[in-house]
Design a protein around this ligand. Structure first.
Ligand code: NAD
Length: 500
């Protein structure tokens, strides 16, 4: 097991291609494994945000004139830089966020792939320009161009620190925008390293800027800044509402990737052993700190006892340990605040009458750090808090159903609509249920696999707009119509009036 590695670099703010100090105080970087302070980040304020937006605005004047192919060159170099530094980036991600090193490595691979993928879409954007629009008139020729918006602010959470940033930064840069990124104060380390890698890749100054700091000090001014053309946000519903309101004052568009309480419906004809694996992955990966985690499990009554028995055994066999251990599959949650919030939810669950099948506490062998056992509740009813609210931890709420109609109805009774999953051997039923579920993403016979090429985003309180794929790039463009009059004939709309 790797227990030591390079220390976390001491960085400032990355503005206009340079490391700069912030006006505010520095904030501790805390290792969730043991609660120790392992570094610090700059706490930016509105003056720092002004400087970053000014740098990005200046850079946009030149960057917007580059071709997609030129931008692809930079994105590919950044991808290579991420690949070259994979092991230290994954190591720092684990130290900063607490996720198992195997997951951190997979995240960093996804970041590198994301830069490459959007490099290809940047090249394709050149081919998509000036596409003809048939306006049904032979005297006119119409075509459309996709143009960048300007300075994009990207405000991101801590659960996939570098990856959530990449989902915004890659398409925004590919489309020709410049970016000011404000990562979460709970996990900013690898986002700062992304700036270092972009710099080494020769990205022009001001094209990509990173301001670290608290949400109220750095995030809020970035949401309300009149120099920002679009705010791309991932985080909680509450913050999303505040960010959206702030951007609305300037009539700026936003993308909102918010919380979830995704249902997973298990029908009696499933393969129970395979299903239990997906159920566990859907709620325990990243310690359940996934916006789309399938945290509400609906099991058809006839198989509930058997399935729950196997799920309990599986949950209890998951290795909970130092996240730097390559076999660790459940690390600590990100912070002390998150730890106590999850434990409170567990207490509320018990108080409201749900039955604890397994877990529910700190693992006895880990007395330090922000660890919580894989936890499963049974007999949860739709009115209970743990069924309705996003816990964002390794806590699964389960309930049973009798038939398909009931399962879909209960699944849809939620303020959220991000992900949903259905498991059954009956393909037609899976398709029918997938269409009936109110969600932006539906998984059939699995939970959580995510692909760069497919759209990501939710409905209802889970937000609006889509990231990833072509949709993710188009969300950072403005569509311009160019129409030419190609006839030799005079317009002749105004009849000549004879003056009396
Ligand atoms: P959060 O809302 O607390 O913070 C998100 C970001 O917003 C951080 O960078 C934070 O500093 C900033 N922020 C806080 N207050 C702000 C303000 N007033 N103005 C502007 N910015 C502000 O969320 P979190 O705890 O970091 O992340 C967890 C949440 O994110 C969960 O609800 C989860 O479901 C959601 N999430 C959603 C997706 C998705 O794709 N839909 C992905 C990951 C996480």
């Amino acid at each position: 097991m790797v227990t030591s590695g390079p220390p976390i670099p001491q960085r400032g703010l990355f503005i206009n291609g340079q490391w700069e100090s912030s006006s505010g105080r520095r904030l501790d970087v805390i290792n969730p494994f043991d609660g120790s302070v392992i570094g610090s980040i700059a706490g930016a304020d509105s003056h720092d945000v002004d400087r970053a937006v000014a740098a990005a605005s200046k850079a946009f004047k030149t960057w917007k004139k580059t071709s997609g192919t030129q931008r692809a060159g930079y994105l590919r170099k950044i991808s290579d830089g991420v690949k070259a530094r994979r092991s230290e980036l994954a190591y720092w991600e684990t130290l900063d966020n607490g996720k198992p090193i195997a997951e951190a490595e997979a995240d960093i691979d996804d970041v590198a792939a994301c830069f490459n993928y959007y490099a290809t879409l940047a090249e394709k954007l050149d081919e998509r320009q000036d596409q003809r629009v048939d306006v049904g008139e032979e005297d006119f020729l119409s075509s459309v161009r996709r143009e960048p918006l300007g300075v994009v602010s990207a405000i991101t959470p801590w659960n996939y620190p570098q990856l959530m940033a990449a989902w915004k930064v890659c398409p925004a840069l590919a489309a020709g925008n410049t970016v000011v990124l404000k990562p979460s104060e709970l996990a900013s380390v690898t986002c700062l390293e992304l700036a270092a890698i972009a710099h080494e890749a020769g990205l022009p100054p001001g094209v990509f800027n990173v301001v670290t700091g608290l949400g109220r000090d750095a995030g809020a001014p970035l949401s309300s800044h009149p120099g920002v053309a679009k705010v791309a946000f991932t985080g909680s519903v509450e913050t999303g509402r505040a960010v959206n309101l702030a951007a609305a004052q300037n009539l700026r568009p936003t993308t909102m990737e918010l919380g979830g309480k995704s249902p997973m419906i298990i029908f009696e004809d499933c393969d129970i052993d395979k299903t239990v694996e997906w159920i566990a992955f859907g709620i325990f990966a990243n310690s359940g700190q996934i916006c789309s985690a399938t945290s509400r499990l609906l099991i058809q009554k006839s198989i509930a006892p058997q399935l729950l028995q196997k799920l309990k055994a599986r949950a209890e066999s998951i290795k909970v340990s130092n996240p730097l251990d390559p076999d660790c599959r459940l690390g600590p949650v990100v912070s002390e605040g998150q730890h106590s919030k999850i434990l409170k939810y567990i207490e509320v669950g018990k108080k409201e009458g749900a039955k604890l099948l397994t877990g529910g506490a700190r693992p006895p062998h880990l007395q330090k750090g922000f660890f919580i056992q894989p936890t499963v509740f049974t007999d949860v009813t739709p009115d209970m808090t743990i069924w309705r609210q996003e816990i964002f931890g390794p806590v699964l709420a389960t309930a049973t159903f009798t038939d398909e109609a009931e399962a879909v109805r209960i699944a849809n009774e939620s303020e959220f609509g991000l992900g949903a999953a259905v498991v059954s051997a009956d393909k037609q039923r899976c398709q029918r249920v997938a269409r009936a579920l109110e969600a932006g993403i539906v998984w059939i016979n699995c939970s959580q696999p995510t692909f760069l090429q497919a759209p990501w985003g939710g409905t209802k309180n889970s937000g609006f707009g889509r990231e990833l794929g072509q949709w993710g790039l188009d969300a950072f463009t403005s569509v311009k119509q160019i129409t030419s009059y190609i006839s030799d004939a005079k317009l002749d709309w105004y009849p000549e009036m004879v003056k009396s």
